[in-house]
Design a protein around this ligand. Structure first.
Ligand SMILES: [Zn+2]
Length: 162
């Protein structure tokens, strides 16, 4: 461990985690082509419409490699928590979330889609034309032990998949 890192999770997250005093490990890109496992503050309780996922596995997507290499379009501020795709289980649900409950196994969709365009409203976020950013490439990804995301960006893992 390299000690506590300063990570852009958002003021709300940093204040709440600091108040709770919890910490967790996160896989972070600290410089081009240099990844470290660091200790960071745990996220706060999920907000309304959010879920908190306990990450069990992250994939190595080609986007992760682009970010690791520091390719020109991978505009981000380092250090950055990496991890573009992940699977895990629901740890907590925020107010108003009825699509899942703690313990459910899920995969997470890392594109921060608009949620309001025709494609998003039809549940086809992968066709969204207004993607704000990509988790793990531009903003905090799925590299920490716990991640809060909008509940509509998680999908249940079918029971017959081990
Ligand atoms: Zn959209």
């Amino acid at each position: 461990m390299s000690g506590t890192a300063e990570v852009v999770i958002g003021d709300r997250a940093e204040r709440s985690a600091a108040a709770a005093g919890g910490s967790m490990r996160a896989l972070m890109l600290v410089a081009d082509r240099k990844i470290e496992l660091r200790e960071i503050p745990a996220p706060p309780e999920p907000a309304s419409g959010e879920v908190q996922i306990r990450i069990k596995a992250i994939g190595l997507n080609h986007i992760d490699v682009w970010g690791w290499r520091g390719m020109a379009f991978a505009k981000r501020t380092l250090p950055l928590i990496v991890g573009v795709e992940a699977a895990g289980e629901i740890a907590r649900v925020g107010p108003g979330v009825t699509s899942c409950r703690p313990g459910d196994r899920v995969v997470a969709y890392g594109a921060l889609t608009c949620g309001t365009c025709k494609a998003c409203r039809a549940g086809r976020d992968n066709l969204c034309e207004n993607v704000a950013s990509m988790m793990g490439l531009h903003v905090v990804g799925f590299g920490p032990e716990l991640v809060n995301i909008r509940s509509r960006l998680e999908l249940p893992i079918p029971h017959d998949i081990a």
